[in-house]
Design a protein around this ligand. Structure first.
Ligand code: 6R9
Length: 635
């Protein structure tokens, strides 16, 4: 029996049991049979969640791009690897074959080398969803440079923070980007960011929009002329299994974003294996994940997982609403997409539009639908199932995190019976546990608790870049010998998991993780603001939206509140990006605090969610009177 491709439920249980009984043997077999190694490992796994330290396939030598590109050249040279669908539907799609991808990555890698980039150097990539983005990741991996992609919707301040945190030597960007009917000055944002990034020596600029931009002498260069001169052949750097592959930042509940560091071999094995099974990918399929490569979903399931399987992966530059709300369905029909993977927030936005957008397109090519990023509500699940999948394409509700590298809890389509709003069963090799607040594991079914994982899997992030202590504190200190996810979950009568949402101060808005602390820090920069607290409240499209409680330095009525609201959102846009703007801002004379001075967010959350019947115990507050004022003026 091949363990690589699971096709029915009994097989799932069989393989699952095997993977849990002897994880080393299980992953060794998968790694052995399906990948190209320059040298095999000496040891499959060593781990210690106390330190914490996790190593998979130690001693092995490989290059991930040989696995994602070179080894397909014998059988799939002319198969499309990347199918690029531009923002403008009238611009032709590009079919980049494995052979062409090999050449483009080789040239790009040689350009990086010629600019002095080598193994272990950090390269920041700030690009829109154009082929050069995927090529840039692979070019870094080819020469052993560590890529750090920053989503091109982040502001200059957010970009410079991330560049400095990992000490990137180079930035790869474009003159501009297209999003719907907008054209954005990406290079201008980079120029702003680099005013506070002394470590950046060079900037490579892709020409996408032909807009006029500033090029700084001695620092900025256009990419294309360098590519034209470059050799197509670039020998892969031979990497150790545990060498870093990339850093990707994710929001924490406090302080700086966390630079999650992923290493090479385990990440490759796990993303490839999950991709194959969760999407039931077959050789002729056209797979489309609508995420941006600026997020982990794009890293694992647009680039590495699909390419490691020799798949055709669609890269879409645009937005679901341009030129109209039928764009996704038009693209599905045009390219005969077989697997479609998107976020609940997109599904909810599309479900609000008329059915004519969907009805005029032939969606019969679809076989599997996926969702990721936040809990999917029942209504959205049914709309997706009925109208997109026509009740014949299983929905895989995939739960996972930037930190986990790959999908952790998910149905396997055609094997696991689905259940609306449930991510269902742990993937092969994943050992979840629900914990109570005292630190005890809650056994049995029909229970809920904090979601932890008991045993390492190959693609777990190995550290937070430059801050191992924070990695330990955040993920391995809440519960002994467990990885703590930060999510709550329930387990139903048959053992299916439903993720109930974050139990920390991270709020997921339209699928983007936002820590409350950095937003509050940004607001507090406004000269009129004394203090602020952010909470989430349910929103029918975004899942959650942000509600801010703000106290001002002068209590006088002299300030125009509407203007202040605009200014506060402007400050947030500058510091973080428009995704973190507040939907509601309530000015108040104070914030409810405990006697030790901590803001009682629980109360603010309930008020924002209009759940004021039972506010819980407020007697321990330092200033209980403020609660009534906040309730009276709630928005
Ligand atoms: C892949 C990704 C991680 C957080 C995670 C959880 C939420 C993701 C989910 C889901 C319910 C799902 N989340 N998928 N919640 N059901 N299917 O999204 O990574 O951006 O790091 O977010 O997203 O709260 O902890 P990331």
């Amino acid at each position: 029996m091949s363990n690589y491709h699971i096709k029915h439920l009994e097989e799932y249980y069989q393989v699952y049991r095997k993977s849990v009984r002897n994880p080393e043997l299980f992953w060794e077999e998968v790694a052995e049979e399906h990948f190209l190694w320059r040298k095999k490992w000496d040891n499959v796994l060593s781990w210690d969640f106390k330190k914490p330290e996790i190593k998979w396939f130690e001693g092995a030598k490989l290059n991930i791009t040989e696995n994602c590109i070179d080894r397909h050249l014998t059988t799939r040279a002319n198969k499309t690897a990347i199918l690029f669908e531009p923002n403008n539907p009238n611009e032709p799609a590009q079919h980049i074959t494995y052979k062409q991808l090999h050449e483009r990555v080789g040239k790009f890698a040689n350009v990086l080398k010629s600019k002095g980039i080598g193994k272990g150097d950090r390269v920041c990539i700030y690009l829109p969803m154009i082929p050069e983005l995927a090529v840039a990741l692979l070019a870094c991996a080819r020469i052993g440079a560590i890529h750090s992609v920053v989503f091109a919707g982040f502001s200059a301040t957010a970009l410079s923070t991330r560049i400095n945190d990992c000490d990137a030597k180079m930035v790869i960007t474009s003159d501009g980007s297209y999003r719907g009917d907008k054209s954005i000055d990406l290079k201008g944002i980079v120029d702003d960011a680099l005013k506070s990034c002394p470590g950046v020596q060079s900037v490579l600029v892709v020409n996408r929009t032909n807009r006029t931009i500033q090029m700084k002498d001695g620092r900025d260069v256009w990419l294309q002329p360098l590519l034209d001169e470059a050799d197509t052949n670039c020998e892969p750097e031979i990497m150790d299994a545990e060498d870093p592959l990339f850093i990707l930042y994710t929001s924490g509940s406090t302080g700086m974003p966390k630079g999650m560091m992923h290493s090479t071999a385990g990440y490759m094995v796990y993303t490839a294996y999950t991709f194959k099974n969760v999407f039931q990918y077959k050789e002729e399929d056209i797979y489309w994940c609508t995420a941006d490569i600026g997020w982990i979903t794009g890293h694992s399931y647009i680039v590495y997982g699909p390419l490691a399987n020799g798949a055709t992966t669609v890269m879409f530059e645009g937005v679901p609403s341009y030129p109209d709300f039928g764009r996704f369905w038009e693209v599905v029909e045009k390219h005969k997409v077989t697997q479609f993977y998107t976020a609940p927030t997109a599904i909810r936005a599309l479900a609000k539009q008329g059915m004519e957008f969907i009805e005029k397109h032939d969606l019969s090519s679809l076989k599997v639908l996926g969702t990721v990023g936040e809990p999917i509500n029942e209504e959205a699940w049914h709309w997706y199932n009925d109208n997109v999948g026509k009740k014949k394409s299983p929905i895989v509700d995939t739960w996972w995190q930037t930190e986990t590298g790959g999908i952790m809890i998910t149905p396997i389509p055609f094997a696991t019976p689905t259940k609306p709003t449930y991510a269902t069963l742990p993937f092969i090799g994943i050992q979840p546990a629900l914990m109570d607040e005292q630190g005890n594991e809650i056994k049995g079914n029909q229970v809920d608790g904090r979601l932890c994982i008991k045993f390492p899997w190959p693609s777990i992030a190995r550290t937070i870049w430059g801050n191992h202590q924070r990695y330990k504190d955040t993920y391995f200190s809440a519960f002994e010998n467990m990885y703590f996810t930060g999510d709550g979950a329930l387990r139903d009568e048959v053992g299916y998991y439903r993720i109930t949402g974050r139990v920390d101060d991270v709020i997921i808005v339209s699928g983007h993780n936002l820590g409350t602390a950095p937003i509050e820090d940004a607001i507090n920069e406004h000269p009129a603001v004394s203090e602020s607290a952010i909470v989430g409240f349910p929103h029918d499209v975004k899942g959650f939206a942000l509600y801010g409680y703000v106290t001002l330095k002068e209590t006088g009525e002299s300030r125009d509140h509407d203007n202040l609201r605009k200014e506060i959102n402007q400050v947030i846009t500058e510091h973080i990006g428009p995704i973190a703007k507040l939907d509601k801002i309530q000015f108040t004379s104070g914030l409810p605090k405990t006697r030790s001075g901590k803001i009682m967010r629980r109360i603010l959350r309930k008020i924002a969610c209009k759940e004021t019947d039972n506010l819980g115990d407020t007697s321990t507050l330092l200033n209980p009177e403020v609660v009534q004022e906040i309730m009276d003026n709630a928005l």
